[in-house]
Design a protein around this ligand. Structure first.
Ligand SMILES: Nc1ncnc2c1ncn2[C@@H]1O[C@H](COP(=O)(O)OP(=O)(O)OP(=O)(O)O)[C@@H](O)[C@H]1O
Ligand SMILES: [Mg+2]
Length: 1002
């Protein structure tokens, strides 16, 4: 497949070689829609697309930049995004929202909400009592939740991607920070839903970066595990990740490279923004200092000035990465007072000293979670813009004890590229070389429940149980089933986060609720009543931690089994009966006629994505759980990939799988009753073997969300509608503005043209006055009534003016074209004449052209000369202010006709074979008679080429000064077809009188 580069853009070529490598990996299966990825950073987003025929590439925004500020300006009647919004930050700081992702999934009492208020006091945050969350109160009428703001931004990112891909896009992979918890992830998904984006996956940005790194180094990955550490310091946060790369055997595709997230450490607030804020504070202090004694207000109280200072702090910080000092400079910072101050890198480092001390933290955390030591890490690679700060690199280098830090990936774009690779893999529209991705759970998840137990006779107490559902650093996506064996009535259980002790106290507060959901079951008792003769196999709750790291409870089932004689007739009757009963009660019970009752569970437990199945350690842990006397959890078999290093896991699986052959036998518990029965005679046993019949009753579930309730469906729909209306309003506004601008520009340009000599030459003063008057009137109308005018009115006005000026513009345009067109015509005529002369000079024996052909050409040459001379002469007599008779389109038509004739003859000459000469005595050939084989040869001639397309000229005005009609009605169709047919119809004629070429001398 060859990539098509349609737009030439900066930097594209630089990475072209690398990109083409990916073409082999990434093959579009059909001409389907493009897919996109958004690396949603706190400061800027990086968007990438992949579409059929084009490798993965970063989307350039409207300003041709590869990064787009995650900034939105929300005014009463308009919105701005990206760079345009960033430039509004100073003019309208209150309405310009940035870093709003920090508020996603957080309740009002979260320390991050307080931090946001402290960092950006210009924003007013309202309180939503229903969800206990905050929203932006931009004006009394205007309020938006952080999800709504993010949704607008996602929609904008899609519009950028669509413009770039030149096709609609619906499917996206969106990055989230690896430390996002359930509530934060759900908030991003809700925002995407509002924007109508189909999220193929939320991918952790560190995983996306690791994937990009692996995909571009596929060949370097082998069976020896390589541990790479990625250190990503962005604007808002820092994440350190340990990844193991290795080839593994996969079920479907043989040996394939795999990346496994082994350890993650993070600092939610360590990043470039905090450094900038420190610098801003420093600059604000300096400015106040400079104005001390002038009774000036504290600059910190002026939001516009603070927005200017933040922008300057950002610039200053970046410059200080390369220079030892720099002068911060802002014109008219406040009260028209300029600000100027020199800041050294040493001062900057002093201001951020405590931040730099925090640099090693995520490294330690990552190592701890991976249970690894630094010497096991081969390389430490820098990611994220803030790792460009020299001090960050210095401290990090010391912390990791390596010789150097790897700078071999694109620190800004790797996550977006990895995410778009994943998007292509998930979209099914592309054939992507498998790259197994095994992400890891950062926050463990438990199931907790309380059960009444009888310890001694008569003494009852409550026993609290905890079962790990998804353990820390366990893999996902993954499905798990937990079985409650001791309940025969409705009960509740709780889904909570597990041990989060690895988070400090402050991080724990930021984390929010550690309780996720209380699950209230309804119908457990009913299910027992329904199947009194069946043995309960427990209440099975099916969980899914999907590709996006989002937990869901798929369903809860009450499972029963009984032994039936394996007679097909009886079985089907019973099955039918079961179905009838359940449908009568409107229940969802389904008889499971699978051989082994545990099969259902086994299926559920299989990880949905390749290479993302269970983890050996997890398996062992779950095995323990399964052995617990009261309740058990079961888990999927380990992936083929990890076979070599998963002895325990395999054992566990084998144990589970080992149930299968026993399927025909009664289960241990089930057997209890039947064990004592006398063994059936051999014969009978064969005829009617006992087998398990399984009945599954779906249990009603009521979920009480405890972390952060999602937006209710009706509110989500309302928000989606609200945002759609805003998008529509923006589009209409843009179109209206475009129409107004076009009208204004036309008036202005035309008024200017009226004074240019080329326009004056072809117009009378009267004509100019008429046009000028109407232009002025339109200008006045635009000024006075333009604001209220609709797009249609503006367009109509422009159309009127264009019509008015059309004749004038046409005359100018024609005049501009004459010299070039006439000279081309002269050239063609001269060449054609020379060609004809040459043709006539061919000796009769070798002649390949017929006399008719030569005469036809001669006729066209003569007619064209004649036409040109007459028309030029006529035009010379005509006043310049009238519609010309010499029209460029006519000249082009004449040229085309002549050219076609010459081309025809040239083609004929090209394909003509030398005529065979009769051999004379000496063995030489005699000359063939003239035209002897002309017709034969003409049959082999390739037909003359079609008329060439031309650029679109200004159309000729319909009517103008009298006298021009004659020119209009003049037949111009002297093109190829006419000439061709004329030639075909001509009988073979003897050489006629040779016409003298009138313009031969020319
Ligand atoms: N040369 C530089 N020197 C210092 N800082 C820089 C430089 N270049 C970029 N930065 C900083 O890097 C940060 C942006 O990095 P990046 O784009 O990786 O962040 P992000 O993805 O938007 O945020 P995050 O990943 O934290 O959510 C900004 O704070 C920016 O000022
Ligand atoms: Mg980032």
């Amino acid at each position: 497949m060859v990539a098509t580069v349609r737009r030439q853009r900066p930097r594209r070529l630089a990475c072209w070689a690398l990109m083409t490598v990916l073409l082999a990996d990434l093959l579009a299966l059909s001409d389907t829609l493009a897919v996109m990825s958004v690396d949603l950073g706190s400061e800027s987003m990086k968007v990438a697309i992949v579409k059929p025929g084009v490798p993965m590439e970063i989307v350039l925004n409207k300003e041709s930049r590869r990064k787009t500020p995650v900034t939105v300006t929300l005014k009463e009647n308009e919105r701005f995004f990206g760079d345009s919004a960033a430039s509004m930050a100073i003019k309208n700081p209150k309405a310009t929202l940035r870093y709003f992702q920090h508020l996603l999934g957080k309740q009002e009492n979260n320390p991050h909400v307080a931090l946001y208020k402290a960092r950006f006091p210009e924003h007013e945050l309202g309180f939503d009592p229903q969800r206990q969350t905050v929203y932006f109160q931009i004006s009394p009428q205007l309020q938006f939740s952080p999800e709504e703001v993010l949704s607008m931004l996602l929609n904008y990112s899609r519009s950028l991607a669509e413009d770039f891909a030149e096709q609609p896009i619906k499917d996206a992979v969106i990055t989230v920070p690896a430390f996002f918890n359930q509530a934060e992830r759900r908030a991003v998904l809700q925002a995407a839903r509002m924007a109508g984006l189909k999220v193929l996956q939320l991918i952790n940005d560190n995983t996306a970066t690791a994937l990009s790194y692996g995909v571009f180094r596929r060949k370097d990955i082998n069976s020896t595990a390589q541990n790479i550490m990625f250190y990503d310091m962005g604007s808002g946060s820092t994440v350190c990740t340990i990844v193991t790369y290795q080839t593994v055997k996969t079920k479907d595709a043989g040996m394939q490279p795999q990346l496994q997230i082994r350890g993650v450490g993070f600092d939610r607030t360590l990043g470039g923004l905090e450094m900038e804020l420190r610098l801003r504070e420093h600059l604000a202090g300096l400015f106040n200092e400079q104005r001390r004694g002038q009774r000036a207000k504290d600059v910190r109280e002026n939001p516009r000035a603070m927005a200017k200072l933040l922008r300057e702090a950002n610039r200053l910080k970046t410059v200080l990465s390369a220079n030892a000092d720099h002068v911060a400079q802002i014109e008219g910072l406040m009260d028209d007072v300029d600000f100027k101050a020199k800041v050294t890198r040493a001062e900057f480092e002093e201001l951020c000293a405590d931040l730099f001390e925090r640099v090693p933290g995520p490294v330690q955390q990552a190592l701890q979670s991976a249970e690894m030591k630094l010497d096991e890490i081969e390389q430490v690679i820098l990611v994220g813009g803030a790792t460009r700060v020299p001090k960050v690199q210095e401290v990090l280098l010391k912390a990791v004890g390596k010789e150097e830090l790897g700078k071999n990936i694109n620190a800004d774009e790797a996550a977006a590229m990895g995410a778009v690779y994943q998007a292509a893999a998930l979209s099914k529209a592309f054939k992507v070389k498998p790259f197994v991705v095994r992400d890891a759970v950062i926050y463990p998840i438990l199931v907790e429940f309380t059960r009444e137990v009888e310890e001694e006779t008569g003494v009852r107490s409550l026993k609290h149980n905890k079962r790990i559902l998804f353990s820390r650093m366990g893999p996902y996506p993954q499905r798990k089933v937990i079985t409650f064996n001791r309940y025969s009535h409705d009960f509740n259980f709780h889904i909570n986060y597990g041990d989060l002790g690895f988070l400090g106290p402050e991080d724990l507060r930021v984390f929010g609720s550690q309780n996720l959901t209380t699950v209230k079951l309804k119908g457990v008792g009913e299910s027992f009543k329904k199947y009194p003769d069946y043995e309960s196999k427990g209440i099975k709750a099916h969980f899914n931690l999907d590709e996006s790291g989002v937990l869901s409870l798929d369903r809860v089932e009450s499972v029963f089994e009984t032994l039936v004689e394996d007679s097909p007739e009886e079985e089907s009757t019973l099955t039918k009966l079961g179905n009838t009963i359940s449908s009568l009660f409107g229940g969802g019970s389904t008889p499971d006629t699978k051989e082994n009752g545990t099969d259902t569970v086994q299926e559920e437990e299989e990880g949905p994505a390749e290479g993302s199945k269970d983890e050996p350690g997890e398996q062992a842990e779950l095995k323990e759980e399964a052995e617990a006397p009261a309740e058990d959890t079961s888990s999927p078999p380990p992936p083929e990939a990890k076979g070599a290093s998963a002895p325990e896991g395999e054992k566990a699986t084998e144990k589970d799988g080992g149930n299968k052959p026993e399927a025909q036998k009664p289960s241990e518990k089930g057997e209890a009753g039947s064990e004592g029965a006398p063994p059936a005679p051999e014969e009978e046993k064969k005829q009617k073997p006992a087998r398990k019949q399984r009945m599954v009753e779906e249990i009603g579930v009521e979920l009480v969300v405890l972390d952060l309730p999602d937006l209710p469906e009706d509110q989500l729909a309302r928000s989606a509608q609200k945002l759609q209306d805003l998008t529509l309003r923006d589009l209409q506004k843009q179109e209206r503005e475009k129409a107004a601008n076009s009208l204004e520009a036309f008036i202005f340009e035309t008024q200017d043209k009226l004074y240019q000599p080329e326009y004056q030459e072809v117009s009378t003063e009267e004509q100019r006055e008429d046009i000028s008057g109407k232009l002025s009137a339109a200008s006045t109308w635009l000024e006075d009534e333009g604001f209220g005018a609709t797009t249609a009115m503006l367009k109509e006005k422009l159309a009127e003016l264009r019509k008015l000026c059309h004749g004038l513009f046409f005359r100018v345009e024609e005049r501009k074209k004459w010299p070039e067109r006439l000279s081309a015509l002269d050239n063609l005529l001269n060449h054609s004449s020379m060609f004809l002369k040459g043709a006539r000079l061919i000796p009769e024996m070798d002649q390949i052209f017929t006399e008719v052909e030569m005469t036809t050409l001669e006729k066209i040459i003569n007619e064209t000369w004649a036409w040109k001379n007459t028309t030029v002469a006529e035009q010379a007599k005509l006043p310049a202010t009238e519609k010309p008779v010499l029209l460029s389109k006519d000249i082009e038509a004449k040229m085309a006709a002549l050219d076609r004739e010459v081309q025809y003859l040239l083609n004929k000459a090209k394909f003509a074979k030398p005529r065979p000469r009769p051999r004379d005595k000496n063995g030489t050939r005699a000359e063939a008679p003239l035209n002897a084989s002309a017709s034969d040869q003409s049959e082999k001639v390739i037909p003359p080429p079609g008329q060439t397309e031309d650029t679109k000229p200004i159309p000729e005005p319909e009517k103008e000064a009298a006298g021009s009609e004659a020119a209009d009605s003049e037949p111009l169709e002297l093109g190829g077809p006419a000439a061709e047919s004329e030639q075909k119809e001509h009988p073979e004629q003897p050489t006629g009188q040779k016409q003298t070429l009138k313009n031969d001398e020319l």
